[in-house]
Design a binder for this molecule. Structure first.
Ligand SMILES: *[C@@H]1O[C@H](CO)[C@@H](O)[C@H](O)[C@H]1NC(C)=O
Ligand SMILES: *[C@@H]1O[C@H](CO)[C@@H](O)[C@H](O)[C@H]1NC(C)=O
Ligand SMILES: *[C@@H]1O[C@H](CO)[C@@H](O)[C@H](O)[C@H]1NC(C)=O
Ligand SMILES: *[C@@H]1O[C@H](CO)[C@@H](O)[C@H](O)[C@H]1NC(C)=O
Length: 420
């Protein structure tokens, strides 16, 4: 496992890519909706009780169990016997409801990280304030530990990941604890519905908890660790290494803020792309647009995703033929600035550099032809509908011929010693 980057630690789609699983997801839809409705009724009760019931151990227990049913949380613990009497349990961060699962397994534990259940006073979740305000945090923590006679649960990663690596811990928390017990969590959902996706909100994630058949947490307790004379940073790192090696994942040098920054950039890029697409469409089709040509342009765009749709439309306006327009483009008779096709795997920010620069700067038509055909080589086709099978075939053949021709031209032009 090489270096994982920020982009590898997010899920991008709620539903799996695999064809068979997609089918199952579709088949599950009516059941999901029914479950969602039933659980919504429970959620309503949860909210009402959470607001009106006093914050006692009995009601907490009741509300936590209700919440687990409501969000379909099931938990299995590998080694409950190893639970020790410590004031803090430290786990890896996978979802906004991790603490519910941990509480269900280990008995009521107060979450230190932000959670959507914080707003229900009956659940007894206290906000200790920001860790950056260490003095007040410490005071609040002492009060809570004493008054509530409970342990706390902390995810020092401070932001959930998809579980492929363990982020850098915020070591500030470790100043306040002498002895901690690490907890390793894994989470799995049937149908591979993602727990969270990049940019999704609490409410979004919670709705998918309620829609999915259930969400299965597995919890494993590790032996507790004591700080003794180790520095705070060193202690934090030791706890992290323990959890990472048990989960067999890398301890990443990235921190929560790195992830946050990357997701912001990614989302901004997505918004920019969407805006660009709408602009393009409205620009090219606003005046006297011909629906037939629009349809044809969309088909050409599927095969040649890097060609701006406006360019395609204008050429279709002249040729009135999909095949002729594709040939024109592939043979380099049309000048345009290629755009990056929407990637299936996310790679934002570095939007358009490598292939485009060579293409736009070239002036001779043959060079351009060679260039464009190589950039579109891996695109299209897969998105083509079954009904258009015939057409796809002929376009594919033509494409292959053209690419071969372009290659030949290129080799001849540069006197390369390669078999044609
Ligand atoms: C756990 O330890 C605390 C003091 O650290 C003590 O007050 C409490 O009674 C202990 N609980 C159990 C179940 O041993
Ligand atoms: C605190 O909780 C533990 C079990 O978690 C219990 O044994 C102990 O009696 C409680 N102490 C107080 C003062 O409520
Ligand atoms: C949850 O996962 C554990 C471990 O993989 C498994 O033993 C358990 O049966 C699962 N529970 C459910 C409800 O699927
Ligand atoms: C299509 O071509 C006609 C002339 O052939 C022209 O009048 C019209 O403006 C063109 N439409 C677009 C959208 O370019």
């Amino acid at each position: 496992m090489a270096n994982l980057e920020a982009k590898h630690l997010f899920a991008y789609n709620r539903f799996p890519d695999n064809e068979l699983k997609k089918l199952l997801v579709v088949a599950y839809f009516p059941f999901g909706v029914i479950l969602l409705l039933l659980r919504s009724v429970l959620a309503l009760f949860l909210v009402i009780f959470g607001q009106v019931l006093p914050d006692t151990q009995v009601t907490q227990n009741f509300l936590y169990n209700l919440a687990c049913i409501c969000f379909g949380i099931t938990v299995s613990v590998d080694n409950l016997k190893q639970k020790e009497n410590v004031s803090v349990y430290i786990g890896n961060y996978l979802s906004i409801l991790d603490h519910l699962a941990v509480s269900k397994a280990l008995g009521f534990i107060l979450p230190l990280n932000k959670t959507p259940l914080q707003s229900l006073p009956g659940l007894g979740i206290t906000n200790l304030g920001s860790i950056n305000n260490a003095d007040s945090f410490k005071k609040n923590l002492e009060v809570v530990l004493k008054n509530k006679n409970t342990s706390v649960y902390l995810c020092p990663e401070e932001t959930p990941t998809n579980g492929r690596a363990l982020l850098k811990f915020n070591s500030k928390y470790f100043e306040f604890f002498e002895k901690v017990q690490p907890v390793c969590i894994t989470v799995k959902r049937p149908l591979d519905i993602a727990i969270s996706t990049i940019g999704s909100t609490y409410i979004n994630d919670v709705l998918y908890f309620m829609y999915a058949p259930f969400t299965n947490y597995t919890i494993k307790l590790l032996p507790s660790l004591e700080k003794k004379s180790i520095s705070t940073d060193g202690f934090s790192e030791i706890v992290r290494e323990n959890i990472a090696s048990e989960l067999k994942i890398t301890a990443s040098p990235l921190s929560a803020s790195d992830l946050l920054e990357w997701s912001k950039r990614y989302l901004a890029e997505e918004r920019r792309r969407a805006q660009e697409r709408t602009n393009q469409l409205s620009n090219s089709f606003s005046s006297a647009s011909n629906p037939e040509l629009v349809r044809m342009a969309a088909q050409v765009k599927e095969v040649l995703p890097h060609v701006p749709v406006g360019t395609i439309y204008n050429d279709l306006n002249v040729t009135r033929s999909i095949d002729t327009t594709i040939t024109n483009i592939l043979e380099g008779r049309i000048r345009f600035v290629p755009e990056t096709p929407r990637p299936s795997s996310p790679t934002p920010s570095t939007s358009q550099q490598p292939s485009t620069s060579g293409c736009t700067s070239s002036s001779t038509p043959s060079r351009q032809g060679a260039c464009t055909s190589s950039t579109q080589f891996n695109t299209g086709a897969s998105t083509f509908g079954k009904s258009a099978n015939e057409r796809t075939k002929s376009i594919k053949e033509r494409k292959e011929q053209l690419i071969a021709a372009a290659r030949r031209r290129y080799i001849e032009k540069h006197n390369l010693d390669i078999p044609v």
